[in-house]
Write a protein that binds this ligand. Structure first.
Ligand SMILES: *[C@@H]1O[C@H](CO)[C@@H](O)[C@H](O)[C@H]1NC(C)=O
Ligand SMILES: *[C@@H]1O[C@H](CO)[C@@H](O)[C@H](O)[C@H]1NC(C)=O
Ligand SMILES: *[C@@H]1O[C@H](CO)[C@@H](O)[C@H](O)[C@H]1NC(C)=O
Ligand SMILES: *[C@@H]1O[C@H](CO)[C@@H](O)[C@H](O)[C@H]1NC(C)=O
Ligand SMILES: *[C@@H]1O[C@H](CO)[C@@H](O)[C@H](O)[C@H]1NC(C)=O
Ligand SMILES: *[C@@H]1O[C@H](CO)[C@@H](O)[C@H](O)[C@H]1NC(C)=O
Length: 474
């Protein structure tokens, strides 16, 4: 009994498969490394080094010292090696870093005070750290410093000025002492920086605002999977109405994105994800239009008036002679996008309420059910999504009528003609001009490739940071 209860109350089979998958390849990681290395090099050069004070025992007593006004004058940072560490995260290894610093020194030995300037060079600084990637409680990517070690190969320090008798001993002992001191500071510094990155990730908004009415939920559905040559992330990828978020009434389906190593990122956007978009459009009331005669191309034979329609529905012309009409068209359910290898199809079911217009009064005439299916293909050219659309089928049926029943076949034929000769060419012209790819926070796609695969859209691309101010923001 208890078991049954537990089964009933236990975790619901959420069946929540990710709507969006993203893989970052080693090539992508190399790009991140290059950007970060340039930033670090720049930051080291402008770093504000806090004053150091302390005391060193030179055998005959303690020398108190202070190093101040320190400035980095030269940094030589070789490319670090950055690699994925399977099931853990990222291993970062730096070797051969050298830094030259200048500054002022002061010493106190009892009542003897001394001071001058110095030049300090650190050679062959190396560090190895292992960063762990995971998922925090808020479904963000998390990062932490798992292990770290650091060494300084050699330290070279020259003092200028100063004449006290103890200075020679101090000068001999001090560099070794300072080397240990700085070595001990490297890992805590890296840990602080990792902590800053973690804080940034933790506060990152996983809800992307598409427009004032829509958000795209990009929270992780499980911890990132780190493999030896890439990192894969499963994201929710569900569109929600901003005002009335509700779960879509259809289930997600799993799909297999096969990442390509020669692109920095591979992205899979599922059919489910696209369908949550059309669902939000439906619930937000965006999928409706009132069609008037003015909107019908002048050359089209059927006009939106009772005389013209009367040729197809004889009783209409008799009951309401010579009146303009309006068609209120609205989606009856969310349009269904379906993705097959190299093609997509789009099925839309709409209800059409037809009215005759008598001055300002709308006289209800009949309601039609119109189901249309299009198919087509998509690709990316010149950083824009382009495609072609074809007409598949159109089915018209009468749902209800205030003017008595009538055959819809003749009307259906005219509609097919309208769709084929006006709608499809107009949509194709638009699709050929292309839809610009979204740019997120200064990251642009470079030479992206789009493929329609079974159940999802695959995008393979390199990326480029747009400018340095946004680089830091990321
Ligand atoms: C986004 O998804 C996460 C995880 O399912 C959830 O905690 C969060 O509330 C969602 N956000 C919205 C606005 O639905
Ligand atoms: C269509 O017309 C009706 C009645 O005039 C109006 O209530 C409705 O808001 C209109 N819909 C659109 C999408 O313009
Ligand atoms: C209705 O359409 C016909 C063409 O089929 C046109 O001659 C006539 O003037 C139109 N009537 C109205 C009221 O617009
Ligand atoms: C159209 O409206 C006029 C008054 O504005 C009315 O006299 C006439 O009966 C209406 N016609 C129909 C068919 O409802
Ligand atoms: C509209 O017609 C399609 C078949 O053409 C049918 O599947 C659908 O249920 C109909 N919808 C309504 C609201 O009658
Ligand atoms: C897309 O479809 C059109 C028409 O069917 C065809 O001419 C074109 O070659 C197709 N493009 C791709 C990339 O498959």
């Amino acid at each position: 009994m208890l078991l049954l209860l537990l089964l009933l109350l236990g975790p619901q089979p959420s069946g929540a498969h990710p709507g969006l998958k993203m893989a970052v390849s080693s090539k992508g990681l190399d790009y991140v490394r290059n950007v970060v290395t340039d930033c670090v090099q720049e930051e080291l050069l402008t770093a504000v080094i806090p004053d150091i004070e302390g005391k060193v025992c030179i055998g005959i007593g303690n020398v108190h010292y202070a190093l101040s006004q320190m400035e980095v004058v030269k940094v030589d940072l070789p490319q670090p090696s950055v690699n994925f560490e399977e099931n853990v995260g990222v291993r970062v290894e730096v070797s051969g870093l050298s830094i030259a610093i200048t500054g002022h020194w002061r010493t106190w030995f009892g009542i003897i005070k001394d001071g001058g300037t110095f030049e300090l060079a650190l050679f062959d600084v190396s560090s190895a750290s292992l960063l762990q990637l995971g998922m925090d409680s808020q479904a963000h990517v998390s990062v932490g410093c798992l292990t770290c070690n650091a060494q300084i190969g050699r330290i070279d320090m020259r003092f200028h000025g100063g004449a006290s008798f103890f200075l020679q001993t101090f000068v001999k002992l001090f560099p070794g002492y300072l080397k240990g001191l700085i070595e001990g500071h490297i890992c805590p510094l890296l840990e602080t920086q990792t902590g800053k990155l973690e804080d940034m990730l933790a506060t990152m908004n996983v809800n992307l605002h598409i427009d004032p009415n829509m958000i795209f939920n990009l929270s992780l559905t499980n911890a990132p999977l780190v493999q030896s040559s890439n990192m894969e992330m499963d994201l929710k990828g569900v569109f929600y109405s901003e005002q009335h978020p509700s779960e879509p009434p259809f289930p997600s389906q799993d799909f297999q994105l096969v990442p390509k190593a020669d692109y920095m990122i591979s992205l899979g956007i599922s059919q489910f994800s696209l369908n949550t978009y059309t669902y939000v459009c439906l619930t937000a009331g965006l999928l409706q239009i009132n069609i008037t005669d003015k909107m019908i191309p002048p050359v089209f034979p059927l006009r939106l008036n009772t005389s013209s329609f009367g040729k197809l529905i004889p009783q209409l012309a008799k009951m309401f002679p010579d009146m303009l009409m309006v068609l209120q068209v609205f989606a009856a359910e969310a349009p269904a996008v379906s993705l097959q290898m190299d093609s997509f199809s789009f099925l839309m079911s709409t209800a059409i309420n037809a009215y005759a217009i008598n001055n300002t009064i709308l006289i209800p005439l009949f309601t039609l059910n119109l189901t249309t299916q299009f198919s087509g293909n998509l690709s990316i050219a010149n950083e824009k999504v382009v495609g072609t659309l074809e007409f598949d089928k159109l089915k018209l049926s009468l749902v209800s009528s205030k003017i008595g029943t009538f055959q819809t076949l003749a009307l259906e034929k005219v509609m097919v003609q309208g769709v084929k000769t006006f709608l499809i060419p107009a949509l194709n012209a638009k699709l050929q001009r292309g839809i610009p790819l979204p740019v997120m926070k200064g990251v642009a796609f470079v030479q992206p490739v789009l493929q329609i695969q079974q159940g999802f859209l695959a995008v393979f691309s390199d990326v480029k940071m747009r400018d340095s101010s946004t680089e830091r923001e990321l």
